[in-house]
Design a protein around this ligand. Structure first.
Ligand code: TXA
Ligand code: MG
Length: 324
């Protein structure tokens, strides 16, 4: 069972776990978050594993200060104005990533944008101490509602995580508002803890609505990463021009002819495979091979989310949409 520690005495223990690539449930002003080091792929894979999420949707990266935020993302004037007005607080900004920012691609599900927020309270102190951003979705198992007390987190995830930091009931009680700047306008992607009207007053114009409705369903994100190459699943053989994305120790027939080759996990470790998935697909895509053959990945544990992502990559493309 997870240990529950009061926020006042949990900092060192939380730091040790995060530095070891583990996850910690932490209070924020909105809801409890299940946090892992956003630069550590295994830590981020553990978040998905503990939540039992059947797919990899992009997570919010939490920062301690503006300097950390600017190292991760490129701010336009509108987004910077909102950050200065509302951070720390329940506002999340979707921004272009700064290349080389060290954020693990599993955090953003391979997108070139990132959702950033600066939380109030314990989370902020923890991130400042760690010196690295924390990826954190709401601390509830997949399909359940967000937890607003440490007891609710422990009842739901207690068997799967080591530490819940108790900061009392979260003051806001619902998730952050998510917005994204688009050519000088602002789009509301998810209503939340800061009222849309408050944001509109701050920027002196109305926000765009809609188009973000599918944001919870990553397959509906228009810009979601899909490789340029065709993707062929459950490959038992490899064609001459094909790149091979392998898994485990058993090789598909003809693998040594593959145009390019990467193994998600030599030892068949699904956490390792999850943490390598987006980067390896992108790398094999860049090899220029017209097809990426993918070996079978088992469906257990994180395998479900890995297979979900792979089958989206393999699905027929809608050629009427420009590829982004
Ligand atoms: O208050 C909150 O926001 C809480 C606390 C823990 O910070 N976190 C939270 O995270 O609600 P989560 O993972 O449950 O929701 C994150 C939302 C998802 O709807 C996801 O699709 C969206 O953020 N998102 C993340 N990155 C995105 C991106 N690059 N573009 C568009 N949407 C993104
Ligand atoms: Mg959630």
């Amino acid at each position: 069972m997870a240990e529950i520690l009061a926020a006042g005495e949990a900092l060192e223990r939380a730091l040790t776990l995060l530095q070891g690539g583990d996850v910690v449930a932490i209070p924020t002003e909105t809801v409890y978050g299940l946090a892992g080091d956003a630069t550590n792929g295994i830590g981020v894979a553990c978040i998905f594993e503990a939540k039992g999420r059947p797919r990899f949707n992009p997570l919010i990266a939490h920062v301690a200060d503006m300097a950390m935020a600017e190292r991760i993302a490129v701010f336009d004037p509108l987004s910077r104005k909102l950050a200065l007005a509302f951070w720390p607080g329940p506002l999340t900004l979707v921004l272009p990533q700064r290349p080389g920012n060290g954020i693990h691609p599993l955090v953003t599900a391979g997108l070139d944008t990132i959702a950033l927020r600066m939380p109030r309270g314990f989370g902020g102190d923890l991130i400042a101490k760690l010196g690295r951003p924390l990826a954190a979705p709401s601390a509830n198992s997949s399909g359940k509602i967000s937890a607003t007390t440490a007891q609710a987190v422990a009842a739901d995830l207690g068997a799967r995580i080591k530490l819940v930091v108790d900061g009392g009931a979260t003051p806001v009680g619902l998730e952050s508002t998510i917005v994204k700047a688009e050519d000088g306008r602002l789009r509301l992607l998810r209503p939340g803890g800061i009222a849309a009207g408050e944001i509109e007053t701050q920027i002196g114009m109305e926000m765009l609505r809609g188009g973000g409705a599918g944001v919870e369903a990553p397959g509906m994100l228009a810009s979601h990463y899909a490789p340029g190459a065709a993707v062929r699943l459950n490959a038992g053989t490899v064609g001459k021009d094909e790149a091979l994305l392998a898994f485990g120790s058993q090789r598909a027939e003809g693998w040594h002819h593959a145009a390019a080759f990467l193994n998600l996990s030599e030892t068949g470790d699904l956490r390792e495979a999850a943490s390598n998935l987006f980067a390896y697909m992108q790398q094999l895509d860049r090899s220029g091979a017209p097809t990426i053959a993918v070996e079978k990945v088992p469906f257990e544990g994180l395998g479900e989310a890995i297979n979900d992502r792979l089958s989206r990559a393999a699905a027929p493309r809608d050629n009427t949409q420009p590829k982004t």
